[in-house]
Write a protein that binds this ligand. Structure first.
Ligand code: SF4
Length: 1018
């Protein structure tokens, strides 16, 4: 029998030679071995295209080759361990390995069992058995001895369970083939796409050489970049006795771009061997972006344009050094752009709704058993109304529910709901039954994603089903293993699982793949992405458990260092595109910090002529624009480059307000394909009821039913009008959308509201028989104040607040400070009990509203009205904040509640006005009131006297009141017309406004805020 080696650099025609040889051998049932299942699919398609149905011949991966040999030679084997069973066996081995010392701390960490499993597989593939390792470890040291003990324990557990694994099967296949080579039937074997083989793969190959003709095609030539990482395999195979070697040369005819061909040939060569610089001919494009999302979008945009130009999706590939990390992002972006893609990466199940839901369920049932776990489970789509869950979350956030049991009782509220009955079922199950019950739950949750219409994006539904199936299979496999089950770590077991983002044929799709998957296949366009220093090439983090020194001490094959490995993969990737290579990297991260690109990019750029200029950023941007992407500072595509309808809509929305935007709007006259632009234009117009893109701004209100309802409002509270004056959109959100705070109310707000109620009760009680505190009655007022704080605070503070002493003491502090201030002020005004909390225009009021316009009136409740010697009224309004407004210009700052109250007292109670003041309850040091006083009636309020500028002449006083009435009338008219919009007062959003995520107004740095005024008005 023979070994034929076909060696040559990439693009030297090795594929053609292998396929020709394979086809010639068809009558003898040949076997073609390729690296991945994708490759088997591709070769089968190609062979079928050339000769019709392929009968007898086999295209398979190396694992399958081991199975074929084992079957043919009737190699003995037990049932194989699956990957999760191997990890479980590794965990059991750690538990049984006894008193580890050097590895004791590491062995308690999550991921240790997986690392051990990886090392064991590595040792098995190197055909180093436990006894051999133990003997070598004895000379190496105690650390290596502990590793050897773990390996031995792994094998013992596996054998006790009566199981085999892929490597024991491989060993059996090699042994029986060596004994009975005729059993293979002399089927010729072809290997294509491999640049390295493990010891056991090599041993099988050697055994096959004794049984059949073997042909191996290797990417090799005498170049440093290829030989340093993969030279060992060729060196080993050419020494095989009787091996023939056929050398092929690189052929430029396989590549459409001469510059691409030349760059690939020269990459990694020493300077003196490179020859003349390469003249760019469009075979290499550069894409520089800012941030991971922007990079994925730039790549997606370029691919969308290629597809528009008629390039088949199957002729485009995106290569990521670590697809598991960035693959999900590319999948999301490509789905948005309508690009058919197959992202060949694994996703942690924790990042699927099914995985997250099951983990939360397991934690709630048999894990940490926190209320948050119950909440997280109930957030699983398709389980229950999310509105109901919001209120449930509110109760948890406000500290009203502690552990899982309390949360379950609260949720059930007397009835056993289906979703939480599952927790009980899990708690009742033990051992393998617990695993089976959890597996059943995984499927049920995954199917829930289909039941909850709209809860899961369409492109994610199959992923969720796949996640459910993967978890179910893994848990059932664990149940079959028969080892002990620890309920407390069941959630951790599920956390370690991953789900493939794509499963199925990849033909007709843009593939997002690792450089390893890219090796055996060429495409017309290849995007090499995330070319960052530290990512491609990676930083070397060593191998699992064993350092390079330890490997050397144990006589194991040395690892290829990350830099050499990645240089080799990059060089190979350069050879994969036939027409164009796109090199993409990030100049900045998502926070705007500088990001370093891969040195490989610079090596490629240095090969090109003209040499790249120093001002790299300008050049990058120019090239980015040339490549049809978007500038690095742009957050959306240019309309002419938008890859989808949604992106075009974004592009147009971003141009609103830009000079010339309307003329460059969605007319379909030039640039992008008219149909897309017209559809977007129609969508924008239909949503707005107008035909220009300006309508994407929020407000004014447009729906007739809403307008009719809002026009019918005719009574307004002063604080409502002030809210509108501060910002109409803020008013709309606060009063009409009415979002509910999910966490606890702020301490300051709740304490202020309770202080209001305490003060009302205190003044009605008249401690010491005085209408207001005086030095002689102060003790009685303070004593009664304390009692009322206890009584009202315990009753009225929210449960989570009243359970702690702090809010009560804070309220008490506010009230006592206020009482002290009052006692220190000797004034002729006394509170009128009849006018405590004097209300007007409310259902419970004796007084009606007072008019501010022909269609609007004011209602409200005044905290307190004091009367002077002649019955003149002094309005006092408590504020929870520490700062208040006063003076005749307070209207300019949107404050007019006090003026409206003064008008109400005059018009409804027929009182002459002395003035009005805001009393800041929240001030700790300075509690000076502010307001409007008629200086002819009040010239001094002692320590409580407002600032001099708050004392107004009668004329200014009247003007201030009438101006407030007019402004209130205007605002009422704007509300009734639905004229809302993002119009913060004086053009500046108050920094306490938290509605920016709703209104989406860009905010600069917060302005100095004169004070937040909150009161307890209803
Ligand atoms: S953030 Fe500014 S524009 Fe938006 S609602 Fe608040 S105040 Fe108005």
């Amino acid at each position: 029998m023979t070994l034929s080696l076909i060696v040559g650099p990439p693009n030297s025609g090795r594929t053609g030679r292998v396929i020709d040889g394979f086809l010639a051998a068809i009558p003898r049932d040949p076997v073609l071995v390729v690296p991945t299942l994708d490759d088997t699919e591709r070769f089968e398609t190609e062979l079928t295209g050339r000769i019709g149905a392929v009968i007898g011949a086999t295209v398979c991966t190396y694992d399958r080759l081991f199975s074929l040999v084992a079957q043919a030679t009737e190699a003995p084997s037990a049932p194989l361990l699956s990957p999760i069973q191997r990890t479980r066996v590794a965990r059991e081995a750690v538990a049984r390995a006894g008193d580890l010392k050097l590895l004791a701390a590491s062995s308690r960490r999550a991921g240790f069992a997986s690392a051990l499993d990886e090392l064991v597989a590595d040792l098995q593939a190197a055909r180093v058995d436990p006894a051999t390792l133990a003997s070598r470890a004895g000379e190496a040291g105690p650390y290596e001895l502990e590793v050897a003990r773990l390996y031995e324990a792994y094998c013992e557990v596996r054998d006790e369970l009566g199981r085999a694994d892929a490597h024991t099967l491989a060993a059996a296949a090699i042994a029986t083939l060596a004994e009975r080579p005729d059993a293979w039937g002399a089927r010729p074997v072809f290997l294509y796409g491999f640049d390295d083989l493990t010891v056991e793969q090599l041993d099988l190959l050697r055994a096959l050489m004794g049984a059949a003709e073997v042909t191996v095609a290797l990417p090799w030539e005498d170049r440093e970049v290829l030989a340093s990482a993969r030279g060992a395999l060729f060196a080993e195979l050419r020494e095989v006795q009787g091996a023939s070697v056929e050398h092929l040369e690189a052929d430029p005819a396989f590549t459409e771009s001469r510059s691409l061909f030349e760059v690939e040939r020269r990459f990694g060569e020493p300077l003196e061997g490179r020859g003349d610089p390469v003249e760019p001919d469009g075979g290499i494009e550069l894409l520089a972006s800012a941030g991971e999302l922007a990079e994925a979008e730039a790549v997606g945009g370029a691919i969308a344009r290629l597809l528009d130009d008629g390039e088949p999706a199957g002729e485009i590939a995106v290569v990521l050094r670590q697809p598991d990390a960035l693959g999900p992002l590319y999948r999301r972006v490509f789905a948005r752009f309508g690009i058919p893609a197959a992202v060949q990466a694994d996703l942690d199940v924790t990042r699927t709704l099914t995985g997250a839901g099951l983990i939360a369920l397991l934690e709630a049932a048999v894990g940490a058993q926190r209320a948050e776990d119950v909440l997280a489970y109930l957030r699983t789509p398709g389980l229950d109304s999310q509105g109901r869950v919001d209120w449930f979350e509110r109760r948890i956030r406000r500290g009203r529910l502690g552990g899982a049991d309390e949360a379950i009782d609260d949720w059930n509220s007397g009835e056993t709901r289906r979703e939480l009955a599952e927790i009980q079922r899990l708690r009742e199950a033990t051992g393998p039954d617990l695993l089976r019950e959890a597996a059943r739950q995984a499927r049920w949750i995954a199917e829930g994603a289909q039941r909850g219409a709209g809860a899961v994006a369409a492109e994610d539904r199959s992923l969720e089903l796949r996640a459910g199936a993967e978890i179910e299979r893994a848990l059932l496999e664990l149940a079959d293993l028969g080892l002990d089950v620890d309920p407390a770590r069941l959630a951790a077991t599920v956390r370690d699982l991953a789900v493939p983002l794509w499963r199925g044929p990849t033909e007709g799709r843009v593939r997002v793949i690792s450089p390893y998957r890219a090796r055996a296949r060429r495409v017309r366009h290849l995007f090499l992405c995330s070319l960052q220093d530290g990512d491609f090439p990676r930083r070397d983090s060593g191998g699992p458990l064993l350092s390079d020194d330890a490997r050397s001490a144990l006589a194991l094959r040395p690892r290829v260092k990350a830099e050499a490995e990645d240089r080799y993969l990059f060089a190979l990737a350069l050879s994969r595109p036939k027409r164009r290579l796109w090199l993409s990297w990030r100049l900045a991260d998502d926070e705007g910090g500088a990001a370093a690109r891969s040195p490989f990019v610079d090596e490629v750029r240095e090969l090109l002529d003209p040499p790249l200029p120093e001002e790299l950023e300008e050049r990058d941007d120019a090239l980015t624009a040339e490549a049809g992407g978007r500038g690095i500072a742009e957050s959306v595509f240019a309309p002419d480059s938008a890859p989808s309808e949604d992106e075009l809509a974004r592009a147009l929305a971003a141009r609103v307000g830009t000079p010339g935007a309307a003329s460059a709007g969605p007319t379909g006259e030039e640039g992008t394909e008219p149909g897309v632009r017209e559809r977007v234009a129609a969508r924008l117009g239909a949503a707005a009821g107008v035909t220009t893109p300006e309508r994407v701004q929020p407000g004014p209100l447009g729906l007739p039913a809403v307008l009719e309802q809002i026009a019918s409002k005719d009574l307004f509270g002063p604080s409502t009008l002030e809210e509108f004056a501060t910002c109409p959109y803020r008013w709309f959100v606060q009063h009409e959308l009415n979002p509910q705070r999910i966490g606890p109310e702020s301490d300051a707000l709740t304490s202020g509201q309770v202080a209001h109620r305490v003060l009302e009760a205190l003044y009605r009680a008249r401690p010491g028989d005085s209408a207001r505190p005086t030095p002689s009655t102060l003790d009685a007022w303070r004593a009664r104040a304390r009692e009322l704080v206890e009584e009202i605070g315990t009753r009225d503070l929210p449960r989570e607040r009243s359970a702690t002493a702090a809010p009560l003491r804070r309220t008490e502090g506010l009230v006592l400070a206020f009482v002290d201030d009052e006692a220190a002020t000797d004034v002729a005004f006394e509170p009128e009990p009849e006018l405590f909390e004097a209300s007007f225009g409310l259902d419970r009021s004796d007084k009606g509203p007072f008019a501010i316009s022909q269609t609007a009136g004011i209602h409200g409740q005044i905290d307190r009205i004091d009367l002077g010697p002649s019955g003149e009224a002094l309005v006092q309004d408590y504020k929870s904040s520490s700062k208040v407004e006063g003076g005749k210009n307070m209207l300019d700052r949107g404050k007019f509640q006090l003026q409206l109250y003064l008008l109400a007292v005059r018009e409804l109670w027929s009182r002459e006005l002395a003035g009005g003041v805001y009393r800041p309850l929240g001030g700790t040091g300075n509690r000076q009131p502010k307001g409007l006083l008629r200086k002819e009636l009040i010239d001094d309020l002692g320590p409580l006297d407002p600032r001099p500028r708050d004392h107004l002449s009668d004329e200014d006083f009247e003007q201030a009141l009438e101006a407030a009435r007019d402004r209130a009338g205007e605002i009422a008219t704007e509300i009734q017309a639905g004229d809302i919009g993002r119009r913060p007062i004086n053009g500046k959003c108050p920094d306490y406004c938290g509605f920016q995520p709703i209104c989406r107004r860009e905010r600069g740095l917060p302005e100095e805020e004169p004070g937040i005024e909150e009161d307890g008005d209803e």
